[in-house]
Design a binder for this molecule. Structure first.
Ligand code: HEC
Length: 446
């Protein structure tokens, strides 16, 4: 979470302001003061408890008054700064609306602020409604290996391990992923899960070397442990075909929009990246999580996940584009045309996007549509690498043959003394948009 956003002291100032309206210097809670059970808990039940409950990923519980009261100041700061709930996409209506949004509505934010300002009173106890965690029916299960994550240390993985596991989707004909779900084995350590589709026989990002060879070499770095280290996506140099699963706690079941599915062609492999976060769990931990994929034999529309990163692409040029060091803001922009991917297919829709940068990423902006009148497709004001999401629009954006896509990534390199090169590693940067388009199945050929 971006600590710089935490506005400590604000609580005191606002508390003082609200007191100015009162006649008494130390007003006792009045009957109009907001309470935990009456006002704050309904907000927690709807927006927070899926993570902040016993065994959840959140560092403390919000389903018990004493814990919530203890953290009242942090609750105020984090919700005012829009750092909690974790949801990076600007969701105030200025840049699309998103399905399954975790963004806190203004009214709920104001209720929490008022509850804290009123003195975080308890109110009349009642039972707490813990959110149900529905799972995806009729799905194929892909369990990750029983794994004991170990914090890798260093500046960027002080409490973290990013590990990739190879799995066989086991399809002997084309199947379409139409929905997914992840059941974390040890929820308190599972920070995110990505599933990459990789063609082992295809050339990797290293010319003349296959993906299979790169993955074997990565595994050989720590042969006594399952999988291999991977920070960016499927591991340094592995060329990813699509990222059909982007899961973070609190997200629940995802069903692809627009009656669509992402094809899995026989021979492809799943590379499941798990981000284990051990900050609140220093002791020895074992995890086995389950990825569920719902696979259909036919779909009306094919989901096409386009991964575009022209900053990364410069790595293969004679002079890769390096980000200047020592700057609070360094931007990189790129542009493509929808026709580059889909030719003249008329009925192409954009349903969502996953922005992806590494630790120096700060802001992300995507505009999409006809050059004369582009629409905002994604706006991130405060990127947090630890929270990866695929953001789906409630309404798809219809693409026309002249639609273009403009992306600008803004990086903070103030801590660097040397130029930052693009790449997949912890030390490098990316400016990637994973875009989820649909095309009618009739127009689609493998
Ligand atoms: C998707 C899971 C999730 C949801 C939903 C969520 N949180 Fe959190 N919260 C976390 C995690 C995990 C952390 C620990 C920091 C991190 O990993 O970013 C955290 C940290 C916090 C902290 C900071 C603790 C500290 O002092 O550093 C506060 C306060 C907080 N959450 C309040 C809330 C409130 C209030 C809501 C609902 C309005 C909420 N959270 C919703 C997962 C969640």
């Amino acid at each position: 979470m971006p600590r710089t956003l935490i506005v400590t002291g604000m609580l005191v100032v606002l508390g003082a302001c609200s007191n100015e309206n009162d006649q008494e210097p130390n007003p006792a809670p009045t009957s109009s003061a907001l309470t935990y059970y009456g006002d704050a808990l309904p907000v927690f039940e709807q927006h927070c408890l899926q993570c902040h409950q016993a065994g959840g990923i959140g560092p403390f519980r919000l389903d018990r008054y004493a814990d919530a009261e203890n953290h009242a100041g942090a609750i105020f700061d984090q919700t005012q700064a829009r750092a909690m709930p974790p949801w990076a996409a600007t969701s105030d209506g200025s840049c699309q609306n998103f399905s399954h949004s975790l963004a806190l509505p203004d009214e709920a934010r104001a209720t929490l602020a008022q509850w804290v300002k009123d003195g975080a009173a308890e109110g009349t106890p009642r039972s707490v409604a813990l959110p149900s965690q529905p799972s995806l029916a009729g799905a194929t299960e892909f369990p990750t290996p029983v794994f004991s994550p170990v914090a890798q240390g260093g500046e960027l993985a002080q409490f973290d391990e990013y590990r990739c596991f190879l799995m066989d989707p086991g399809v002997d004909d084309v199947r379409y992923i139409t929905g997914y779900d992840v059941e974390p084995g040890t929820p308190s350590v599972i920070h995110h899960v990505l599933v990459n589709i990789v063609d082992p026989a295809a050339e990797s990002d290293e010319p003349g070397v296959t993906n299979a060879e790169v993955m074997t070499a990565l595994h050989a770095q720590s042969p006594d442990r399952e999988g291999w280290p991977c920070f960016g996506m499927a591991g340094d140099g592995v060329k990813v075909e699509s990222v059909p699963v982007v899961w973070a706690p609190g997200q629940g079941v995802v069903e692809y929009p627009g009656e669509s599915g992402v094809p899995v062609v026989p021979g492809r492999k799943l590379v499941v990246q798990v981000h284990y976060n051990l900050a609140d769990n220093p002791g020895p931990i074992t995890d086995q999580s389950v990825v569920r994929l719902r696979l259909a034999t036919t779909v009306p529309n094919v989901g096409v996940m386009v991964l575009e990163d022209q900053l990364l692409n410069t790595l293969f040029e004679d002079t890769p584009h390096a980000l200047a060091p020592g700057m609070a803001s360094v931007t990189y922009s790129w542009q493509t045309h929808v026709s580059d991917y889909f030719g003249n297919i008329a009925d192409v829709k954009l349903y969502g996007v996953m922005p992806h940068m590494h630790q120096r990423g700060h802001k992300f902006r995507m505009d999409v549509g006809p050059s004369a009148d582009p629409a905002c497709g994604m706006d991130v004001q405060s990127w947090d690498f630890h929270w990866q999401h695929m953001y789906f629009y409630t309404q798809p954006l219809a693409m026309t043959p002249d639609s273009q896509i403009n992306v600008t990534c803004d990086f903070d390199t103030s801590a660097e003394t040397a130029p930052v090169l693009p790449g997949w590693g912890t030390r490098n940067e990316m400016c990637l948009a994973a875009m989820y388009f649909t095309v009618p199945a009739a127009d689609f050929s493998q």
